[in-house]
Design a protein around this ligand. Structure first.
Ligand SMILES: [Zn+2]
Length: 115
């Protein structure tokens, strides 16, 4: 039976051609992610440039709305949920979607400005 030495081969004669081979995609698992991530929250605003009315909802910088807002949304003729702008009456369409954290969230999916 042969003894198989697996000694690290350091072939570096002149110190110039150093090839550091590191395992790509090391198994560094994010086992325990911090429960609270810093998500910036801002007041949901009317998408109309000339309006910018404030709605009573909060939107994160990741693009979803906080809270169970879908239940508060109004439904139009085409069964689309929306929030009316209290200032100009434009409609901010909202929809449910699966965020990249795997949770079902609500985002603004469209905007129907008033004429
Ligand atoms: Zn508005």
């Amino acid at each position: 039976m042969k003894c198989q030495h697996s000694a690290p081969r350091q072939v570096c004669l002149d110190g110039v051609s150093q090839v550091d081979k590191r395992p790509v995609g090391s198994p560094a698992k994010p086992s325990d992610q911090p429960a609270k991530q810093q998500v910036k929250v801002q007041v949901l605003k009317c998408r109309k440039e000339s309006c910018r009315g404030l709605l009573a909802f909060e939107e994160t910088d990741e693009g979803y709305l906080l809270g169970q807002v879908l239940e508060l949304a109004e439904v139009d003729e085409e069964q689309r949920r929306f929030f009316p702008c209290p200032k100009c009456g434009s409609r901010l369409l909202v929809e449910e979607y699966v965020h990249r954290d795997g949770k079902l969230r609500v985002r603004v999916s469209g905007f129907i400005p008033t004429a």
